[in-house]
Design a protein around this ligand. Structure first.
Ligand SMILES: Cc1ncc(COP(=O)(O)O)c(C=O)c1O
Length: 399
């Protein structure tokens, strides 16, 4: 009998962790790389949140808390859902974990049996498929089209549903496409979902505050209240408040589901950090002007990078409506040869080639829709400028 379980064999090293590791190795070897890989704001956490954490530590909030969140944080979350999302819930509908990822982990691990299907519009955040597989479920990728803004058509959803379908994953604004669903688009999906009472919905709204051009961001559970009792609305502090390192995410959903998620968390981390939770109260109840000014900074970067990338021969992209990523089509690069004579047959070949030219970007393969690569503009304009210069030069060499 070997040491390792069959379970751990299903826990893949995440593609983004592997890419980050590769960049670290190359840099350690002295290679100059501009990385557009980061899935987190490059800003620091706002001062008033840090100060609240500091005060909480001195006030003795350094102990265990209830497993899925302090009463103060749950109250702030209930109020946030009511005020900002039009979702009515109570503390017993709320679960707090160490990041949106743990919340999703709890939800899938406590509901999926071997062979259950999770419908994932592609491209999507890599973790949805990875977590599904880890929970012994089957990820079913539903490819979307650039002409639809990478949003799922109701007809495609309808055709994909089977008796084994357990969850539909929605994510708006989307990582990696930046797509933001409108109320009408959600209504069309809701009309299909109403006919399938066994299918549950996860609406991952973690990028909700990072939006451009005044596009409204609606919550699925508010648009389709008739489906609210089988919708888990997931959110977190990481992206809006530049708090990735604090590890704080939350969700609201049916009491039975929330209870199961608490049991799952009780067998792993117990509560999220007490200090992070105190900081979370300050974030959710405090001023929002800094969040808005940072969003304006992301918009400046988006408006810089999108025309530059679109102007590069063979690349195509449109301006994302939210989040801080551009999903770039490299279809027209396929079939071309690098100066060393290597043929570019896939988006992974394209990103390998770009890495050899000093630019790190993840390939579309990991997000379930090829041939694309993802560019994160959560980095300085100087880095973006240098990356564009290098991608332009790389394009010249294969034309
Ligand atoms: C779409 C999406 N949802 C959820 C998360 C989870 O973030 P965290 O675990 O930091 O809350 C991420 C992080 O990259 C994400 O891109």
């Amino acid at each position: 009998m070997g040491l390792l379980s069959t379970r751990v064999a299903r826990a893949r090293l995440t593609a983004s962790a592997a890419a980050t590791e590769r960049v670290r190795e190359l840099r350690a070897a002295g290679v100059d790389i501009v990385a557009l890989t980061q899935g987190e704001p490059d800003f620091n956490t706002p001062d008033h949140i840090i100060e609240a954490a500091h005060r909480a530590m001195h006030a003795g909030q350094t102990h265990y808390t209830p497993v899925d969140g302090t009463p103060e944080l749950k109250a702030a979350i209930v109020e946030k859902f009511r005020r900002e999302n039009g979702i009515e819930c109570r503390p017993e509908n709320v679960s707090v974990g160490a990041g949106g990822k743990q919340v999703l982990y709890n939800a899938l691990m406590s509901t999926i049996d071997a062979g259950d299907e999770v419908l994932i519009p592609a491209p999507s955040w890599i973790a949805y498929a990875d977590l599904t597989q880890f929970a012994e479920g089957v990820p079913i990728l539903l490819p979307t089209r650039p002409e639809d803004g990478f949003k799922l058509r109701a007809g495609d959803l309808d055709r994909a549903i089977t008796p084994r379908s357990k969850w539909l994953m929605l994510n708006s604004p989307s990582n990696p496409s930046g797509a933001v669903y409108s109320e009408a688009e959600y209504r069309a999906l809701a009309a299909v979902l109403e006919r399938h009472p066994k299918l549950w919905i996860i609406s991952d709204e973690i990028y909700e505050r990072i939006r451009y051009d005044f596009v409204p961001c609606v919550s699925f559970a508010a648009v389709a209240p008739q489906l609210a009792d089988r919708t888990l609305t997931v959110n977190g502090l990481s992206k809006s408040f530049a708090m990735t390192g604090w590890r704080l995410g939350y969700a609201c959903g049916a009491v039975e589901l929330i209870g199961a998620m608490r049991r799952m968390q009780g067998q792993s981390t117990l509560n999220p950090s007490s200090v992070s939770q105190a900081a979370g109260v300050a974030a959710l109840t405090g001023p929002m002007d800094i969040v808005e000014s940072r969003c304006a900074e992301f918009k400046t970067r988006r408006d810089f990078i999108v025309p530059r990338l679109s102007g590069i021969p063979g690349l195509r992209c449109t301006a994302p409506q939210g989040a801080f990523y551009v999903y770039v089509s490299c279809e027209d690069w396929l079939g071309r040869r690098t100066p060393e004579g290597r043929r570019l047959d896939s988006d992974a070949d394209v990103t390998d080639y770009l890495l050899s030219q000093g630019i790190a970007v993840p390939s579309g393969e990991g997000y379930g829709l090829s041939p694309y690569f993802r560019v994160s503009f959560a980095t300085s304009t100087g880095n973006l400028e240098e990356a564009c210069r290098r991608i332009e030069a790389a394009a010249q060499r294969i034309m």
